[in-house]
Design a protein around this ligand. Sequence first.
Ligand code: BGC
Length: 257
Amino acid sequence: MSSTALPLGIDVGGSGIKGAPVDLSTGTLSAERVRIETPEHSTPQAVAKVIAEVVEAFDEVHDGSPIGVTIPGVVQKGVVQTAANIDSSWIGCNIESLLEDLLGHDVVVVNDADAAGVAEARFGAAREQEGLVILTTLGTGIGSALLHRGVLIPNSELGHLELDGHDAETRAASSVKTREELSYEEWAARLQRYYSHLENLLWPDLFVVGGGVSKKADKFLPLLSLRTPIVPAQLRNEAGIVGAAVLATDKSDHRHH
Ligand code: BGC
C-alpha cells in the first residue's frame, strides 16, 4: 500500500456524516465535501453503511487510501467507550475493525475533538505552539483535546468536569445557550466559570475554541477574563475531517513501514 494515496476524513455528527479527501500538504479538502444525514436510529451498523456511501462518492479514494473517522465519544484501540450524546449501542463496539472489514481500507477511529485539535495544531490556530494547548469544541456537548508541543494526549473528556455539582457540558455547551435562550453575556458567565477552572487545573499556554459557534467568537470571547490567551479555531467545520485524515495517515504509515 502506498502512503501517497489521498487520505479520506469522515466526521460523524448527530445530524450529518460528512467526508472529503484531504490534501495533507495544505490541510485543505481536495474535493467538495459530501454530506449524508445521520440515520435516525444511529447504531454503529447503520452509521457504517452511510460511511461506506460517503467513501464510494469519491473517485480520489483508492485502495491504499487510509480513512479516518471521528466519533463523539472516547475511543481506545478502536473500541468506543462512552456515548454521552450518541446511541448507547456504540459502547463496546470495535468500530475500527467493523469499518476495516466493511471498507477494505486502513481505518482509524478517533474522538471528534481530538481530531479537531490535531488539525488546528498542524494547520490552524495552534500551529507552532510550543506549550500546552487545550482545544474545546462547544456544540451539543463540550469536547476537548490536549496537545503538548503538537502531540495529542488522546481521549481527554474535559467537557465532563464537574462544576458546582453539574456536568460542565450540561451548563456551558452551545446547545445549552440555545435551549435556555441565554444571551451571550449570560452564557459567557458560564464559560468564564468553566475556562477559569480549566486554566487553574492545567495551566495551558493557549485555549482554542471550536464548534459551530466559534464563527461568532467575537460575541463571547471578548467577554471572558482569563490569564490564558483564548482564540477561535481556524478550520471551522473542516477540522474534524482534516484531523481524522492526518491521524489515519500517521497510523497507516506506521503499519506499513
Ligand atoms: C463527549 C466527547 C465529545 C464531545 C463533543 C461529549 O459529550 O463525551 O467525547 O468529544 O461530546 O462531541
